[in-house]
Design a binder for this molecule. Structure first.
Ligand code: A2P
Length: 282
């Protein structure tokens, strides 16, 4: 990858810009509008939001206020946890499209495999949700469909009724958390991995090992984390609301990590691990 507009190709042939702008924990309103507009001006072509982030309206507004045609941007959103099941998913999708004020979505993800609200019947609820996703895809309302936070047993259950394989799995991937089991599962099935919290929710920035690797390349810890994700074939989704950082996180294509340094980054312990999707209280 050489620039923010270079792409991965999903299993259905759709091209997805190689770095997404993360908006988790970005407050709705002027903060989110300004951050997304700043990102687009800095060259990001892929914006990642979610129903549960409660900032879809601001993302939509920022896209409309940018100078780019809709077709030059790749927009992802995710189904909220309480909305699993066929009817719930269909209604929730329409809510996303109303808030974004868009007539199609590029990528829609099932945010969580086993939400508390449907924990007693998560397999059945996911089967209904996935049937809705497949219909939205077939109708051209969304160009690609996928999941988030799924592990192999969640995929295996989904595949009992699925007609389409998810094109994406968005999971926590950062130095020290490489989720090797689910990574191998997705690689074998052509499911692109997207990395949320690629900076370890910001913890990478204060890590002395990462700082010393970064110094060797004349880059910042944030930049080496993002470059390291791309080197592994993942699609990083760095989040920031700070203009200088938004631009810094886009300047990641002018250096190549050595194998040794990539191994050091993989083994750093930031004290952050993926949550267990089957036991979280949401
Ligand atoms: P802020 O949004 O206030 O700029 P992650 O993407 O792993 O979830 O990390 C996001 C966190 O890292 C946010 O707190 C964000 O702060 C911070 N952050 C993002 N980019 C940088 C950067 N280049 N330097 C320092 N902190 C950053």
């Amino acid at each position: 990858m050489k620039s923010l507009s270079d792409s991965y190709t999903l299993s259905n042939g759709v091209k997805i810009p190689c770095v997404g702008f993360g908006t988790w924990q970005t407050p709705d309103g002027p903060t989110a509008v300004a951050a997304v507009k700043e990102a687009i001006a800095a060259g990001y072509r892929h914006i990642d939001t979610a129903q549960m982030y409660e900032n879809e309206s601001s993302v939509g507004r920022a896209v409309r206020e940018s100078d780019l045609p809709r077709s030059e941007l790749f927009i992802t959103s995710k189904l909220a946890n309480p909305e699993h099941g066929y009817d719930e998913t269909m209604a929730a999708f329409e809510g996303t499209m109303r808030r974004l004020e868009m007539d199609y979505l590029d990528l829609f993800l099932v945010h969580w495999p086993n939400p508390a609200a449907t924990r007693e019947r998560w397999r059945e609820a996911n089967a209904g949700t996935w049937r809705a996703f497949e219909e939205l895809y077939a109708a051209g309302r969304v160009r690609a469909i996928g999941v988030s936070n799924f592990r192999s047993h969640h995929f295996n259950a989904l595949f009992e009724t699925a007609r389409l394989t998810p094109q994406v799995n968005q999971i926590l991937l950062c130095p020290g958390e490489t989720q090797d089991g689910v990574r191998a599962y997705c690689d074998e099935r052509g499911i692109l991995l997207e990395a949320y919290s690629p900076l370890g929710t910001g913890r990478a920035l204060g890590d002395p090992t990462l700082a010393s690797v970064a110094a060797k390349y004349g880059k910042t810890p944030a930049q080496i984390c993002i470059n390291w994700c791309l080197r592994r074939g993942w699609l990083p989704l760095p989040k920031s609301v700070t203009p200088a950082r938004i631009r810094e996180n886009a300047d990641v294509f002018d250096f190549e990590l050595s194998d040794d340094d990539a191994d050091v980054i993989a083994s750093v312990d930031l004290g952050i691990k993926a949550m267990d999707p089957d036991t979280m209280p949401f």
